[in-house]
Design a protein around this ligand. Sequence first.
Ligand SMILES: [Zn+2]
Length: 217
Amino acid sequence: MKKFNCPSCGAEVVFNSNHSVYAVCKFCHSMIVRHDLDVESIGTMANLPGDMSPFQIGTEGYYQGTHFSLVGRMKMGWEDGSWNEWFMATDDGRKGWLAEAQGFYSICFEVDPPPLEFAVRAIQSQKQDNQFIGSALVFNSQKLHIVDAKKATCIGSEGELPLAAPQGRMIVSVDLLGAYGEFASVEIETGKLRAYSGRYVDWKAMRCSNVRTFDGW
Ligand SMILES: [Zn+2]
C-alpha cells in the first residue's frame, strides 16, 4: 500500500494494489497518476452516473479460494448500454478484474504479454467488421470462440486502477467464450493490447461482503 496527498485538495490518496498507477480522489475527483516518487493531477472526473450495481469500492469476496477486494471501477459504455469493470486487489497479487454486465459476472486476470493468437484474432475482429465472430482459438488448452467485438468508451472511473481511465477513453473490446464458462477478453486501445483470461462466476460463489445497500431495501 502506498499513500500520497492529492495534488489538488491535499486529501490522502491510497493505492492499495501495487498494480495501481491511477486514482480518482474521492474528495475533489481529481484524476491522479502515480509516478515513481510522486503523483500528478491530469484533470477532474465528473460524477459517475448512478446504477444498481451490488458492488462498491471495498466490497470483498472470494474467487477459487482467494480473497479479493474491489479497489476501483471503470464504467464502460457502448451503443447498446454499459457495463462495469471492477479492479480487484487480490491476496495472491494477481491483476484481476470483475466484470459486471446485465447481472452476469466474470473474473479475469491479465495475461501479459497477450498470447499471440489472441492478439492476431482480436485485431482481425476489429478490422474485418465482425467476420471473425465465431472463430475459435485455443488458450491454456481451452477452446474459446470469439462471441463479440465492440467499440466502447469510458463513461467514468473511481478508486484506483492499473491504467489511466479518463472519460472518453476509447477501446475495442473482444469477448471470447468457452463451453464450460471459460471467459476471456482482449482490449485494444490505440497502440496497446491487453488480454484477460478467467471465467464466469456465480454471485453466491463469490461470498461477497460489504456489498452496496439501497435505501428502502
Ligand atoms: Zn483531491
